[in-house]
Write a protein that binds this ligand. Structure first.
Ligand code: EPU
Length: 415
């Protein structure tokens, strides 16, 4: 097991360049299954989840070769339409091959992902939407057998919640379906708009991606293309909060601050000074944050994947804050770890109550999951003494060069 060791108390300063988004590139790799041929993805982060998605694609019959921040994918004419449990278990995003394989091959066998630390995370909306398009499902021995005996046909689907994964699965299915699909109450995430841009460059006809109504006119075939992955706003936001919690000042480049509108607004309200450009922003942290009330919501609301890092920042606020988690049923395991560092935080239903304390003190804590591990590191950066964040592998799932980047900003940190 790997750990991150961090000694707190040093204000961060310098410049961070943001790498490509995990939650975009994973979907782009699946989208490539929609047409045979060679693809080139640029600005790909060196993270574990990209390697796992590479394994999923290998299993399906494609080959992925990574050279630095470039991944080349070669997709054959004939695919093996299945994702086994060992891969789905490693990474839930594998479920997206369902829509792509149904569209391309007309069938798929995908192990059902179980729950995780955020709660049960069902996929009912993915399946209902695909059923409306003509897919049939049978669950047998934990494996979902999907088929589309008469092919997929466009239809009008209205999601009960703007689920990112369900919107993407339906989009992947719709681009090759017969006729017009309308996805109402769609997720509006920038990563999803980037997926639609890639699909349109492949010849798809998608309108409205990035808004809550997406219209897709199915085409009979697509062709491969090259694509540069959009910046990772969660990585940008994590470094911004890391700097702010040390009272430091950094510049974050390569990311449009509009993708973090709500997160940066809340940081400003907490006392951060923020300057914005087209694809950069700078943040200077306050002596002590002012307490905030925040509710996580689908984009453009405050991102649930910034919740733990924000709580770590507000742990030292001058008063009591409230963070209401609306996206996941249970994302609170890290709170106990923060309390071991001297924080005063607890969950009350979906609300996290954060009574600001004067100081955190370093100790050994668990990383729990990718964003919790980032939050514990942020707490460590502002704490007195040394913090050891265990299970640091979680960080490798979504942050390329996390420790090195923080060290380049002046942090006393190593692995
Ligand atoms: N949900 C359902 N039924 C469904 C689908 C979703 O009840 O059929 C619920 C989920 O249980 C959850 C909520 O809806 O409570 C949101 O789920 P959503 O489908 O929007 O999320 P996702 O596609 O599974 C992606 C990101 C997550 C991020 C969420 C929310 C990827 C690979 N994952 O997951 O990212 O938290 O959107 O923005 O894109 C992370 O990067 O650390 C991460 C967990």
């Amino acid at each position: 097991m790997d750990s991150i060791r961090v000694v707190g108390g040093i204000p961060l300063s310098g410049t961070v360049r943001v790498h490509g988004a995990k939650n975009a590139v994973l979907k782009h790799m699946v989208a490539m299954l929609l047409a045979p041929g060679r693809y080139r993805l640029e600005n790909v982060p060196g993270i574990l989840d990209v390697d796992i998605m590479g394994e999923v694609l290998d299993h399906v019959g494609a080959t992925c070769v990574r050279r630095g921040s470039v991944v080349e994918v070669d997709v054959p004419e004939k695919l093996n339409p299945e994702a086994p449990l060992e891969l789905v278990r490693k990474m839930r995003a594998s479920i997206l091959i369902l829509g792509a394989l149904l569209a391309r091959v007309g069938s798929a066998r995908v192990a059902l992902p179980g729950g995780d630390d955020f709660g049960s995370r069902p996929i009912g909306m993915h399946l209902e939407g695909l059923e409306q398009m003509g897919a049939e499902f049978e669950l047998s021995h934990g494996v979902l057998e999907a088929s589309a005996p008469d092919g997929l046909s466009g239809t009008e689907i209205f999601l009960e919640f703007p689920s990112v994964g369900a919107t993407e699965n339906l989009l992947l299915a719709a681009v090759l379906a017969k006729g017009r699909t309308i996805i109402g109450n769609a997720a509006r995430e920038p990563e999803l708009a980037d997926l639609a841009a890639l699909l349109n460059a492949m010849g798809a006809k998608i309108d409205g991606a990035g808004t809550s109504t997406i219209e897709v006119m199915g085409v009979s075939s697509l062709t491969p293309t090259d694509h540069t992955v959009i910046a990772d706003r969660l990585v940008a936001g994590t470094y911004a909060l890391a700097a702010a919690s040390t009272g430091g000042r950094i510049e974050v480049v390569g990311c449009d601050p509009a993708f973090l509108r709500m997160e940066l607004r809340k940081m400003e309200a907490a006392g951060c000074e923020i300057e914005r450009g087209d694809d950069w922003f700078s943040v200077a942290g306050p002596d002590r944050p002012r307490p905030q009330d925040i509710a996580t919501l689908p984009y453009p609301g405050f991102h649930t994947d910034m919740h733990p890092q924000m709580v770590a920042f507000l742990a030292l606020a001058d008063g009591t804050s409230l963070v209401t988690e609306n996206v996941y049923a249970a994302r609170f395991r890290y709170l106990g770890e923060l309390n071991r560092m001297g924080a005063d935080v607890h969950a009350d239903g979906q609300h996290v109550v954060i009574r600001g304390v004067d100081e955190l003190s370093g100790c050994e804590v668990d990383g729990c999951d990718i964003r919790a591990a980032a939050a514990m590191t942020i707490a460590g950066l502002s704490a007195d003494g040394e913090t050891i964040v265990r299970d640091a592998e979680h960080i490798d799932r979504g942050y390329d060069g996390f420790v090195e980047t923080l060290r380049s900003l002046g942090a006393d940190i190593d692995r």
